[in-house]
Structure formats: structure tokens, C-alpha cells
Design a protein. Structure first.
Length: 611
């Protein structure tokens, strides 16, 4: 190809899943541009091709409104023959991906400066309502230095990334290895700027540590790690980083988007402060990580490495170095080793729990040692401080004992503990039994004497102790209407089986604070806290329980049918309701069928190899 429209092709810059990227020249104004090509030849249906063309134009136009120094500008979109062409700003520089591959990353100060530029650009786009969806090192370009022009970090493929990712999902094709996808992208739920923040945190983690936080040999395993497993604390991979840096990245990598930072700028602000506490920090290049891995292979017979992936590479050597230093709080066992065998009994979750347990024990050991070493170095002032602290503790104990013996708290707690098994307050026999039980087991309860006897019984039958006084008013009980969508949910009040019914229904409840749990097979549990008599009608909307299923085939491209419904082509990630489902792979005249049981918030993978 020598020319596209009026643009003269200069050279090829790279190839992707849907086409080629060229460097070209606009002879009319002498401007150098980049041209991204997208193949349309695979779409033989004219209506489908028109849909794709219209959507590409729409996405490019939405991204064209972005005008930011750290975003690659889209100039134009053109269709010709079997290709769509996107004309965009050409940046003379290298992507972070190439820099990591060559081991030529910028210095520490410049690196954070560039990441801050990226975060500002993302926040700008998010305020415009545009989510990138494909933040990765290959889409972050660092311009080369030029006289009088500062180096800039620029984000490429805005709008184009969204189009490509969704069209590939529509056609059932996976683009590369989605190490940088957020959990919500994998689960197929709507995304916002928090998704880009997660991807940016993955990039930062990889640049600082030399390895990806989530890596695996297969897509199902990778998806499981991203959706279910926490990343290894980065301070255990790069010893020049502090635990605070790990906490910052851990928050940005939270599985729940609501637990992440409010913006990408907030993430980089917190990261800058955390890195300021460890001024000697430096990133670990990917090459250094691979060298460390090869050194480990030569010295450790216990480590099993299957190729040059950064999944285990570099991890074990750093852990060994940490294990010789107790203050690091690690146990020296590689976290990612069990991940390759997710089907085995050695689940990675247990390994992490063991690590956290050992870390907590060592931290406790360090504090204990420091406390024991303090007395030989203590001065007279320190001894006086210890004595004063001891006297304060004694005084506090005296006050606590006095309040315990004189205050009304104890009778209330006794009343609540004895009223636990009592039936619902509306039953007269229950009130009588409660009154009898109270009179025989808790005789020092003078508080209810100022109220009528029957109101005192109502007070004793209330569930939460702090609201015992509220239940002693003149009304006692009230009817509460319980509704759910869909109906038929089992509603349990205060975790008491005798206070339950199937919605829609009505229960008579004592005045005060109550808890409610509504359960229905195939739906998420609904919980509410309410107050009687203020809340006399409660409505619960139950959401369907869902699970994630990854379906693949060898070769890929097989049609997928779930319960007889066309669900795309392999590979595909589907969200299915809890319960049994019938999966069918179809290619040509061949078909294969399986039954799968989807668990609530579960993650399943099914694959089939055609013979």
C-alpha cells in the first residue's frame, strides 16, 4: 500500500488484531499522521458491515471531541474498499511496552511525572463521559525530547479501543492476552472511569516491579486471578518500595470499583506521596526480572518455571531476599506458584491467608522484642511515665467497676439474653412466660417499675437492648407489611425462625429496631434494617444471582448455545444466572453438549477440543 486518499504511506509502524498502523504524510499541509486500518472484509453481511461502519464513525466522533495535550488526537475517519481508516496524530517516540522490552524506562522522577500526565488525561476524558477501556503499556506513548518541546506522555486509541474491544466481543474473538482488563470488563457489566483506573494501576505495578500483577498460562486462569485474587504486594517484588506503596496500588486494584480511588488523579497523588517516603526507590526492569528468574533456576531446586513468562519470574528471588530479613513480614514462599494449578487442592487463597498469618505473627514478634529491650535503656522520666500509665489504668478500672455495678446497662443485657428464644410478642402466653422467666432469673431489675406491668413485659420481649426504653411505650406492637419482587421470598426477622413468612405477608412486630433477611432460590440475599412503628411497609427488590463462565474451544470460532439460545462464538465470557445450564459448541455439522452448574458469584471455565 502506497497511498490512502491523499495521504502518502511512509512506513509501517505495527500490526494489531484488526489491521495495520502506518506512518503517513499529508502533502497538502506537510503534516505527518498515523493511520490505523481496520479490516471490514470479514463482514460479508452488508447490514452488519453498515452497522460496524456507522458505529466506528460514531465512536471516532465521540473521541474527536477530546482536546488534551496528553491524548493522541483523532483527525478523520475514512472507508475505502474492505478497510476503514482512522487518521490520528503521529507521536515521535516509543510506547511504554517497547521501553520495558528494551529495558530503557525513564528515570524515577520522570516516570511518575508521565504517569501523572496519563492520569490527568484519563480524568479529563472521564469528565466528558468517555472511557478508554484498553489502557496498557502499548497505548501509552512517551514522546522523544526535542529543543524547546517538553517530553509528554500521550494516550493512544481513545474511541478506537472501545470500538475494537466491543466488536471483538461481538464476533467472539479475543484480542491478545487481557492482563490489563478490569474485573467488571471480564464480567461483562457496564464500566466507568474506575475501570481505566484499575488498568492504569496494573500498568504502574508492572512498570515498578517488572512483572504483571495478574499472569497465567490460560485465559480462564487469568480471568480467575483478575476477578478473585488479590495481587501480590508490590513491596515483596521490588524491595525498594514501601508497604504504603503496596496499599495504594492495592486500593486501585480493588475488585469492587466503589472501593477504588475517586479519580485517577487521586490515585497518582497518593502514589506520589507514598513514593516520597522511600526516596531510594527505583523500578525493576522486565529484563532484570527475567535475569533474576534464571538465577533462581540455577540455585533453587524447589522452584518450577515453565518458560520465560514474568508470572513467576523475578518473584521468587525477591521473596528469598525478604525471607532472610524478618522485618519484611513475609514467609518467603512464592505466592504465584500455586496459581498454575488452580484445579489442585492447593488453592492460592489458602497460601495468601498463611502469608498474612505469618506476617502478623512476625509483626507481633517485632513489637514484643522492642518492648523487652526498652527497660535497660529507660531513663527516670520513662519510669515515671510507666508509673503514671499504671495509675491511669487502675483509675479506669475503678470507674468501670463502679459503673458496672450501679448503671442500668446490666439489667438490659440480661433481659436481652433471656428473651432470645422467646416467641413473637403478639402472643399473650409468650409475654406471660417471659415475665415469669424474668422474675425468677433477674431479680435486680428496678428500672421497669415506673411503667405498667404489661408494658414491662413488652420491654423484655424486645430484641435490641439499646431500644428497650422505646419498646415500653403505650403501643407495644405494630403490623408490618412485607413485599418482595419477585414474590415468594422467605423473610426472616431478627434471625429468628419463628418470626418468618413468605412474601407478600404481614407480621406483628414489637416497637423498636429490627433486621430483615429475604432469601429466594436463584436470587441474591436482601437485607434491611428498619424501625417499628415508623416502617410499616417494606419492599425488597431481589437481584438475580449470577456467575461468570468462560467458554473456549480449540480451534476457536465455534458457535455457542446456552439453553438453546445463540450466545456468540468462542472464546467468550458470559454472565449466567445461578443454576444448571446446557452448553453446546457447534462447528459446521459437529456439536458437543455439556451441562454446567453456575454458583452465585462463581467463576467457571469450560473448554472443548475438536478432534
Amino acid at each position: 500500500m502506497n497511498q490512502v486518499g491523499r495521504y502518502e504511506i511512509v512506513e509501517e509502524l505495527g500490526r494489531g488484531a484488526m489491521g495495520v498502523v502506518y506512518k503517513a504524510l499529508d502533502p497538502a499541509i506537510g503534516r505527518t499522521v498515523a493511520i490505523k486500518t481496520i479490516r471490514l472484509s470479514d463482514l460479508t453481511n452488508p447490514e452488519e458491515r453498515q452497522r460496524v461502519r456507522d458505529r466506528l464513525l460514531r465512536e471516532a466522533q465521540s473521541a474527536g471531541i477530546l482536546s488534551h495535550p496528553n491524548i493522541v488526537t483523532i483527525y478523520d475517519v475514512h472507508e475505502e474498499a474492505d478497510f476503514a481508516y482512522i487518521f490520528m496524530e503521529y507521536v515521535h517516540g516509543s510506547s511504554l511496552e517497547k521501553m520495558m522490552r528494551r529495558g530503557s524506562l525513564p528515570g524515577s522522577v520522570d516516570l511518575i511525572h508521565f504517569f501523572r500526565q496519563v492520569s490527568e488525561a484519563l480524568d479529563y476524558a472521564h469528565r466528558k463521559g468517555i472511557v478508554h477501556r484498553d489502557i496498557k503499556p502499548a497505548n501509552i506513548i512517551i514522546s522523544e525530547a526535542a529543543p524547546g518541546v517538553p517530553r509528554l506522555a500521550k494516550i493512544a486509541d481513545f474511541g478506537v479501543a472501545k470500538f475494537v474491544s466491543q466488536e471483538m466481543t461481538h464476533s467472539g474473538t479475543m484480542i491478545g492476552t487481557p492482563n490489563y482488563m478490569s474485573p467488571e470488563q471480564i464480567q461483562g457489566i457496564p464500566v466507568n472511569g474506575c475501570s481505566d483506573q484499575f488498568s492504569l494501576a496494573v500498568v504502574v505495578y508492572e512498570v515498578l516491579s517488572g512483572e504483571k500483577p495478574f499472569a497465567a498460562d490460560t485465559l480462564p486462569t487469568l480471568f480467575y486471578l483478575i476477578c478473585k485474587q488479590d495481587a501480590k504486594p508490590i513491596e515483596e517484588v521490588n524491595s525498594t518500595l514501601s508497604e504504603t506503596v503496596g496499599k495504594v496500588l492495592g486500593r486501585a486494584l480493588a475488585k469492587d470499583p466503589t472501593q477504588r480511588f475517586a479519580s485517577c488523579g487521586d490515585l497518582m497523588g497518593a502514589l506520589s506521596i507514598a513514593l516520597g517516603d522511600c526516596p531510594a526507590w527505583k523500578p525493576v526492569s522486565r529484563l532484570a526480572s527475567l535475569v533474576d528468574k534464571s538465577m533462581l533456576d540455577a540455585t533453587s531446586a524447589d522452584t518450577k518455571v515453565q518458560g520465560p513468562e514474568p508470572m513467576n519470574g523475578g518473584t521468587a528471588p525477591v521473596l528469598i531476599a525478604h525471607s532472610s530479613a524478618p522485618p519484611s513480614g513475609t514467609n518467603g514462599s512464592p505466592m504465584m506458584a500455586p496459581v498454575r494449578e488452580l484445579g489442585s487442592a492447593d488453592a492460592p487463597v489458602d497460601d495468601r491467608k498463611t502469608k498474612e498469618l505469618m506476617s502478623n505473627r512476625r509483626r507481633r514478634g517485632e513489637v514484643f522484642t522492642e518492648t523487652q529491650e526498652a527497660p535497660p535503656k529507660s531513663s527516670i522520666g520513662k519510669k515515671l511515665g510507666v508509673i503514671l500509665a499504671f495509675l491511669v489504668l487502675i483509675a479506669g478500672a475503678i470507674v468501670f467497676i463502679v459503673r458496672w455495678n450501679s448503671g442500668p446497662t446490666v439489667p438490659v443485657q440480661v433481659l436481652d439474653s433471656n428473651s432470645g428464644p422467646v416467641a413473637a410478642p403478639p402472643l399473650g402466653t409468650t409475654k406471660a412466660e417471659t415475665k415469669t422467666r424474668k422474675s425468677t432469673s433477674a431479680t435486680l431489675q428496678p428500672k421497669p417499675v415506673s411503667h405498667p406491668a404489661n408494658n414491662a413485659a413488652n420491654s423484655r420481649s424486645s430484641n435490641p437492648p439499646p431500644l428497650a426504653n422505646d419498646n415500653t411505650n403505650g403501643e407495644g406492637v405494630a403490623d408490618v407489611e412485607l413485599l418482595s419482587d419477585p414474590p415468594g421470598a422467605k423473610v426472616v426477622i431478627d434471625s429468628k425462625p419463628d418470626l418468618s413468612c413468605n412474601s407478600p405477608c404481614t407480621l406483628s412486630l414489637s416497637n423498636g429496631r429490627h433486621t430483615l433477611t429475604a432469601t429466594l432460590t436463584g436470587y441474591n440475599v436482601a437485607r434491611r434494617i428498619f424501625t417499628v412503628p415508623n416502617d410499616n411497609s417494606l419492599y425488597m427488590s431481589l437481584g438475580r444471582s449470577m456467575g461468570v463462565v468462560v467458554i473456549t474451544s480449540f480451534p476457536s470460532g465455534s458457535e455457542i448455545f446456552v439453553d438453546g439460545k445463540d450466545s456468540g462464538r468462542t472464546p467468550a465470557t458470559l454472565r449466567l444466572p445461578v443454576g444448571s445450564h446446557r452448553l453446546m459448541w457447534v462447528t459446521g455439522s459437529k456439536q458437543h453438549e455439556e451441562t454446567i452448574e453456575v454458583q452465585s458469584d462463581g467463576f467457571e471455565a469450560r473448554s472443548f477440543r475438536w478432534q
